[in-house]
Design a protein around this ligand. Structure first.
Ligand SMILES: Nc1ncnc2c1ncn2[C@@H]1O[C@H](COP(=O)(O)OP(=O)(O)OP(=O)(O)O)[C@@H](O)[C@H]1O
Ligand SMILES: [Mg+2]
Length: 397
């Protein structure tokens, strides 16, 4: 069988490539802001905010900087916390503890106690760390601004107790609205050192794809024109107003899907047709890692919405009740106890908040008022496959 991939992992979302084209400037800024902390740990408390649209390289740049920082200084550690996964102060603190190898009890302690334990241990073990709070708006939306305020002032606690600055922080978000919600003193403590990540242009996406293709694919498997074709749909375009453009994740996902198709079809190289089909099948506003992180029954409920929409191809919306019926059928199929009606409403609210589904209330005329659900921007087939794969993996079926 002809080979397409030489290292498929280089096209996965978690992969950190050797080079990050067009993010040299942001990396340099990070280095500059943290240089004092790295050279003389404890001497200062750097706080930096990274802002940019989805797929603009914030997470990968921060991680890359973290790796670099740990090479520059053997005193300082880098901790990357996903606030999508950890939406409460106590779960953020526990995750920091786990990554720093500090044993923090799972339950039975208040947040204040956890905080104190963490601070004491950090001091005792003489640890210095750069803590990146990724997608920090989830923490603020879920637990309120106070939780973040506490984390921001984490660094100052020590000094008032005669210790050095133990932390530097990087806050990562799509925009600055999380900062506006903070109280004044947290805002001023946070400061306004902001590094911006602009959405990528077509040329930039092309170069990013080229570097990734060189790492992932065998030379004969692709032409540069194939990469240009993908860059054309993914890069920002002055004539097309589209919030999803400029997203490197989308571009890389298309390349991976096109490569996979070429492989499945036994082709010896990626053809334009593979790219066309891949574009049709690629999720745009939904990240598959975010799908994976939803609670199991929220996933099943989302799958029920997808299935109901697929069964009603002529209608963009389905009533909540239809999705609920489908959900119960799926639960039976998966041998799972269905969650209550009110819980499903909670799931719907959350799915809507995350932008996975849109909802509206039906206008009068349709028997009373019902909530209608739609998924306007994602290919249902892909969502269906992806969700089933994740759910069945989780259930071990
Ligand atoms: N300059 C770049 N060079 C190579 N790969 C990149 C570059 N920028 C982004 N990527 C890749 O694109 C994908 C998305 O990047 P990343 O996860 O950093 O985006 P993000 O800004 O954190 O998006 P979100 O706000 O959705 O979390 C990742 O697979 C990342 O490796
Ligand atoms: Mg990210």
């Amino acid at each position: 069988m002809p080979r397409i991939f030489k290292n498929e992992a280089a096209l996965t979302p978690e992969y950190i490539p050797g080079k990050l084209p067009h993010r040299e400037e942001q990396l340099k800024q990070l280095e500059a802001y943290f240089s004092g902390f790295l050279e003389n740990p404890g001497s200062m408390y750097p706080k930096v905010i990274l802002i940019g649209r989805p797929g603009s390289g914030k997470t990968v740049t921060s991680r890359k900087f973290g790796n670099h920082a740990m090479k520059l200084s053997n005193m300082v550690r880098y901790v990357h916390v996903s606030c999508f996964l950890n939406r409460t102060l106590s779960s953020v603190l526990k995750d920091i503890g786990v990554q720093l190898n500090i044993a923090i009890p799972k339950r039975g302690y208040s947040t204040e106690e956890l905080l104190k334990m963490l601070l004491d241990m950090v001091r005792e073990k003489n640890i210095y760390a750069i803590v990146a709070l990724d997608d920090v708006f989830h923490l603020v939306n879920n637990s309120g601004p106070h939780a973040l305020g506490t984390l921001i002032r984490l660094g100052e606690e020590y000094v008032s107790r005669g210790d050095k600055y133990r932390f530097g922080i990087i806050l990562i978000s799509q925009d600055l609205s999380f900062r506006d919600q903070l109280d004044r003193s947290s805002q001023s403590s946070l400061g306004n050192t902001v590094i911006r990540f602009e959405p990528y242009t077509k040329d930039q996406i092309f170069e990013i794809l080229l570097v990734r293709a060189q790492e992932a694919l065998i030379d004969d498997a692709y032409d540069e024109e194939i990469l240009e074709m993908i860059a054309d749909v993914a890069g920002i375009d002055e004539k097309v107003l589209d919030d999803h453009r400029g997203d490197a994740r989308y571009a890389i996902d298309i390349l991976w899907r096109a490569s996979k198709l070429a492989e499945i079809k036994g082709a010896d190289r990626i053809l334009p047709e593979h790219v066309r089909e891949a574009i049709k099948n690629t999720l745009r506003g939904i990240r598959s890692d975010e799908l994976r992180m939803l609670p199991l029954h929220e996933k099943i409920f989302l799958l029920a919405i997808v299935k109901s929409l697929m069964k009603n191809p002529n209608s963009p919306y389905i009533p909540f009740g239809i999705a609920e019926d489908e959900y119960k059928m799926l639960c039976e199929q998966y041998n799972e106890e269905p969650r209550k009606h009110t819980q499903l409403w909670e799931y719907l609210r959350d799915l809507n908040l995350k932008g996975f589904v849109e909802t509206r209330t039906s206008s009068k005329g349709m028997r009373g008022r019902t909530t209608l659900v739609s998924i306007p921007s994602e290919p249902l087939m892909t969502l269906d496959e992806e969700l089933r794969r994740i759910i069945e993996g989780e259930l071990g079926t």
